[in-house]
Design a protein around this ligand. Structure first.
Ligand code: ADP
Ligand code: ASP
Ligand code: MG
Length: 313
């Protein structure tokens, strides 16, 4: 009996017809296997929730995560009901029911533990578990979310916890391309990509995989297949190798639209200054990406430029 984790993203569960398509894919994969299906919210739902929170300017972390993770409750319930209609023995599960235990860092929580024994117990009774992606429960017992795009991380973490035979990420493109195929039509599909290359691309803006999920896959040696929910084509294998990078000089090109650039002018050029700027950012869990330091014209001071995510601005 094979254990397969399948994750479907927002566009793949974007409406009832698409969820029905997912139910068909699940049914096809069921022969000789037990399946764990991880779902995102319908495309646009999490943004809608975020807009509500932005409108009321909510800084309430516990409430924010409760609202942000609501979309996944809907999709798992609908898919599981559709599977039952197809006479498939399925059970929907929210993150806390497993539980997927996380730290208390709301809106960007890190998975600390997944109860493998409980998953195996559920798998004894059911052929398909439909699990809400993106959701966890904190050490303090509150609902947390794993950062935007976090269902990828749920899928990889579960695959690792239960030692799955396969982890398939179904999305709205048929693999990882040399650059975003929606931005550049001539982008080429990559058949096989190593973890470190994928991590570079993901953390620099290639949205197709959440960076944390690639990091977890690398740490736990989980092979990932990225493929399309809509067309049956061979996808991209994300895997490891003795070499960190393949022989190509350039594997891919990524871009982001939500970075903010900050320049601090006239910074005194003495030891400890950079730390005094970056330490408070680190304490507030704000990730600094690029850093450039210039000598100013008078040679006594420096200009310090760095980038952060726009939402952290
Ligand atoms: P899902 O909802 O399935 O998680 P995402 O929207 O998070 O899907 O990620 C898929 C999208 O990632 C694609 O629609 C594509 O526009 C974008 N993308 C960015 N860079 C790449 C790349 N190098 N290869 C494939 N897709 C990419
Ligand atoms: N629904 C969440 C988001 O939109 C998680 C995910 O799709 O992976 O970020
Ligand atoms: Mg995604």
């Amino acid at each position: 009996m094979k254990l397969i984790v399948m994750k479907f993203g927002g566009t793949s569960v974007g409406d009832l017809k698409k969820i029905s398509n997912v139910a068909n894919i699940v049914k096809k994969n069921l022969k000789g296997s037990k399946l764990i299906v991880v779902l995102s919210a319908m495309a646009g739902e999490t943004n809608k929730m975020q807009n509500y929170l932005d409108t009321i300017k909510s800084d309430e972390k516990i409430e924010n995560d409760l609202v942000l993770t609501a979309g996944e409750n809907v999709t798992i319930g609908i898919l599981s009901a559709m599977l039952r209609k197809r006479k498939i023995n399925s059970l929907p599960l929210l993150g806390w029911q497993i539980p997927i235990l996380t730290d208390n860092n709301h809106e960007n929580a890190k998975i600390l533990n997944i109860d493998k024994k409980r998953i195996n117990k559920f798998l004894k009774k059911y052929d398909v578990l439909v699990i809400a992606g993106f959701q966890g429960i904190s050490l303090d017992g509150h609902i947390t979310s794993l950062g935007r795009g976090g269902s990828d991380t749920t899928a990889v973490a579960i695959a690792s916890a239960i030692n799955a035979d396969r982890c398939d990420i179904y999305t709205d493109v048929d693999g990882v391309y040399t650059t975003d195929p929606r931005q550049y039509k001539k982008a080429k599909k990559i058949k096989k990509i190593f973890y470190d290359e994928m991590l570079e691309m993901a953390s620099l803006g290639s949205k197709v995989m959440q960076p944390t999920s690639v990091q977890d896959a690398k740490l736990n040696k989980i092979d990932i297949k990225v493929k399309s929910s809509f067309v049956s084509k061979s996808g991209t294998l994300i895997t490891g190798s003795k070499k960190t990078f393949s022989n190509q000089i350039i594997t891919g090109i990524s871009s982001t639209k939500n970075d903010a650039k900050i320049t601090i002018v006239g910074v005194k050029d003495r030891p400890g200054v950079a730390a005094s700027i970056f330490r408070p950012l680190s304490k507030n869990l704000i990730n600094v990406d690029m850093v450039v330091q210039n000598i100013s014209q008078n040679g006594k001071e420096t200009d310090l430029t760095f980038t952060i995510k726009s939402e952290d601005l």
